[in-house]
Design a protein around this ligand. Structure first.
Ligand SMILES: Cc1cc2nc3c(=O)[nH]c(=O)nc-3n(C[C@H](O)[C@H](O)[C@H](O)COP(=O)(O)OP(=O)(O)OC[C@H]3O[C@@H](n4cnc5c(N)ncnc54)[C@H](O)[C@@H]3O)c2cc1C
Length: 337
């Protein structure tokens, strides 16, 4: 079923979230899509505990606190979030609105598109194993949406960071877990590493120090994983292989939408933050104009000006009256204050 909204925002980083607020003040409804399983963009994915010192009026705020505050601020506007999916295709429909299709097959119609995609989508780093694609989403997964499919199954997790260790500890409660990492040192939080070592001591986990070389179709289980352990080649049969090697950023499908792009950044004008394609806007780290600073506060400013222009597409016959939140009764009513 197609969904319909005024504006579709691609990217739920800090700038995409604040765009919901600026659009909401002008009575513009939003849907927002992100590839990740939670809003917050770089603030949540790369530095949730790190304090930021240059958000106006906030002497010190962590990436996680800023995300929570932005989510709280947009609550009155009831944005609709579509997480865990990437925008794949866009085209015009018969009403001259945009029809957007996501990687999960969801279709959304919108009058405007706002690209707030930061440095692009966070996508999993895949291990350099020849032919791994044919097992993907069947017996190889780079993230977990439904842990129940691993119940009582034999699983091989690869990696030494937080995701690898968190899922090792979690799945060990109900699966036969093997963890493979190329060295004895782990990058994950010390608590998770200690817990993993306890599981190993209690024989609830098989820890392998080694490097994966190849995967084949298994005989008794779905996969045979061949690995190198101190120069010796060994193998293990498993139902599922879960490589958790972290995330990288890619511009992805946006690069093919015919926008003026220079070195992976979308060129915009500084009056409206519109791209070279009418009714598609770009704000935050993803855009470029002379003097651009990749700062959260720059993205907030860009969101405010973008919203003014979106109003014209969403309500072509209405006049936009400029109002302050301090004094406008109408805005206060919208904000529920
Ligand atoms: C370590 C570190 C410290 C920093 N410190 C500061 C600081 O002190 N002050 C400051 O102002 N800035 C700081 N920054 C920069 C700041 O984090 C960025 O400027 C800000 O995150 C940009 O916000 P954004 O919303 O434009 O993009 P992002 O935060 O990058 O969010 C973009 C979102 O879009 C999603 N996305 C992309 N493409 C698609 C697609 N096709 N479909 C669906 N979703 C998609 C991504 O998954 C992501 O969640 C720091 C950055 C780092 C890495």
């Amino acid at each position: 079923m197609k969904e319909n909204t005024d504006v579709l925002i691609i990217g739920a980083g800090p700038v995409g979230l604040f765009a919901i607020f600026e659009l909401g003040l002008l009575n513009i409804n939003c849907h927002i899509i992100d590839n990740l399983d939670k809003p917050g963009g770089q603030c949540i994915e790369l530095y949730p505990d790190k304090p930021i010192y240059d958000i106006p009026s906030r002497v010190r705020i962590t990436g996680e606190e800023l995300t929570s505050a932005l989510l709280k601020q947009v609550e009155p506007f009831k944005p609709v979030f579509h997480l865990n999916q990437q925008v794949e295709k866009i085209k015009k429909n018969e009403n001259n609105d945009w029809l957007i299709e996501t990687s999960l097959g969801k279709e959304i119609e919108a009058k405007c598109i706002v690209i707030a995609a930061g440095a692009g989508s966070f996508v999993p780093r895949k291990p350099p194993i020849v032919g791994i694609e044919k097992y993907e989403n069947k017996s190889v997964f780079y993230s977990i949406r439904d842990k129940s499919i691993f119940k009582n199954k034999t699983v091989l997790i690869a990696g030494g960071g937080d995701s690898a260790l968190d899922w090792t500890n979690e799945l060990s409660k109900f699966s036969h877990v093997n963890l493979i990492h190329r060295r004895n040192e782990f990058r994950a939080a010390p608590d998770s590493v200690n817990k993993m070592h306890e599981l190993k001591k209690d024989k609830k986990l098989n820890l392998i120090i080694g490097q994966i070389e190849k995967i084949n179709q298994g005989n008794n289980k779905s996969l045979e994983v061949i690995y190198n352990h101190q120069g010796n080649i060994n193998s293990i049969e498993v139902d599922f292989f879960l490589p958790f090697y972290g995330l990288k950023m890619e511009l992805g499908p946006i690069a093919k939408w015919g926008l003026n792009i220079n070195e992976n950044l979308i060129l915009v004008d500084t009056q409206k933050f519109e791209t070279s394609v009418k009714s598609i806007f770009a704000i935050g780290d993803i855009n470029y104009y002379p003097g651009k600073l990749k700062l959260i506060l720059s993205g907030f400013h860009e969101a405010a000006l973008m919203a003014q222009e979106c109003f014209k597409y969403c309500f072509p016959y209405k006049k936009n009256v400029f109002r302050y939140t301090t004094s406008s009764k109408e805005l206060k009513k919208k904000l529920g204050v």
